[in-house]
Ligand binder design. Structure first.
Ligand code: PMP
Length: 396
């Protein structure tokens, strides 16, 4: 092609894994690769009724453009839920409705990043956050992370040594990809440092409500005394991703900036989708819907963990998430997850090799497994095949 693309396109490359994963769409495949919520949990019949009700009650307003900030009744409901679940003190003025929380990540890049700026993130971190932010040409520093979250001493060392850090991106609850949750101590220590260095934080929290055990821990936003935390979440995992409704919760001055970015991107989020979610929350028990998902995913998590415990060979370790959709497996150092994936695809099992979740690469012996989208018997069979493939690989 003779056309010249913008420089930022050189930061984006088609991933080798995406190509491989196209194979996972085959019917016979047991796929632990995607991050899909369980399709059977979507309230299809209820949403048919809601669609009619929204059009009956709102007529052409449901099909019109709407305000960039979002549908007021939905913003109010989001604020109320956040205060109840995540211990924040926000109101509708703090909320901007977005087209999924993925849009919030892209907007954050546009808002904060010049080429060469530094983004701090967990190690590993969410693959598509790396893709969204990468377009703006930053450097990533993946802060060493353990089972309780970012290691604060390491974070402090990096904050003291680098002067181009523009944002810190974190997923504190049931992280994608590892499933780990930050301890309360880490959250508190993290916010103390953030306040000291005055660096904006993107707190990405799509999974927090999907907690199988114990209480939801206070969000970073609830500890934010300086207006530095930009909380983003979504209805994709607690309801249905097809409606594409997410949100940003931040201080009004910050929201104003995001509104400017959104106006240039898409003017507003689908008003019909927003009205449908708002109407569903009026007509049905949204908390009950979330509770049902929690039960379903808890069972699937239990089945996967149980099978991994029974079948994995020695030397392979994995996380035991207390919520969310994913767990993380570490193979012995000499094994490569990408090679294992090739073997597994022959057995019709798929997962995502872990390397893509490290912005600077370099970790080849880990993989992410999703347990939300496959029924129990497929999880059992899939893990049996995965463990078999690992044992065969060890003998090579
Ligand atoms: N953040 C994280 C950590 C995610 O896992 C996802 C979805 N996989 C998103 C953001 C984006 O979700 P959505 O755009 O559907 O709200």
């Amino acid at each position: 092609m003779t056309v010249t693309f913008a420089k930022r396109m050189s930061f984006l490359q088609a991933s080798e894994i995406r190509e491989i994963l196209k194979l996972t769409q085959k019917k016979e495949m047991i796929s632990f690769a995607g991050g899909l919520p369980a399709a059977e949990s979507f309230p299809v019949e209820e949403m048919k009724k809601i669609a009619v009700k929204v059009l009956d009650e709102n007529g052409s307003d449901a099909l019109q453009y709407s305000t960039t900030e979002g549908y007021e009744p939905l913003r109010e409901k989001i604020a109320e839920r956040m205060n109840r679940k995540f211990q924040t003190k926000v109101s509708a003025n703090n909320i901007l409705v977005t087209c999924g929380s993925q849009q919030a990540l892209d907007f954050s890049g546009k808002l904060f990043l010049n080429e060469g700026d530094i983004v701090l993130c967990e190690s590993p971190t969410y693959l598509a956050a790396i893709s969204a932010l990468k377009a703006y040409g930053p450097k990533f520093i993946a802060v060493p992370t353990d089972e309780n979250g970012m290691i604060i001493e390491e974070l402090e060392r990096i904050l003291a040594a680098q002067n181009k850090i523009k944002v810190i991106y974190v997923i504190t609850d049931f992280q994608n990809p590892t499933g780990i949750t930050w301890s309360l101590e880490r959250r508190t220590a993290f916010m103390k440092l953030v306040n000291e260095y005055k660096i904006p934080v993107i707190e990405d929290n799509p999974y927090g409500e999907l907690r199988f055990e114990n209480q939801i821990l206070p969000s970073l936003k609830s500890m934010d005394t300086e207006g530095l935390v930009i909380f983003t979440s979504t209805f994709s995992k607690t309801f249905c991703p097809g409606l594409r409704i997410g949100w940003i919760a931040a201080e009004p001055e910050m929201i104003e900036k995001y509104v400017l970015v959104k106006q240039g991107a898409d003017l507003c989020t689908s008003i019909r989708s927003q009205m449908e979610i708002s109407c569903f929350m009026d007509e049905y028990d949204f908390d009950l819907n979330v509770q049902k998902l929690v039960q379903l995913y808890r069972t699937r998590r239990n089945v996967m963990v149980d099978m991994l415990e029974k079948t994995l060979p020695k030397g392979v370790t994995f996380t035991r998430p207390q919520g969310g959709l994913f767990l993380w497996v570490e193979l012995p150092k000499q094994m490569k997850a990408l090679d294992l994936l090739q073997d597994c695809l022959k057995k019709h099992v798929a997962f995502i090799p872990g390397d893509s979740f490290f912005p600077n690469g370099g970790v080849e012996n880990a993989l992410r497994l999703n347990y939300s989208s496959m029924p129990e018997e497929k999880i059992r069979e899939g893990i049996r095949r995965l463990s078999q493939a690992i044992k065969e690989y060890e003998k090579k």
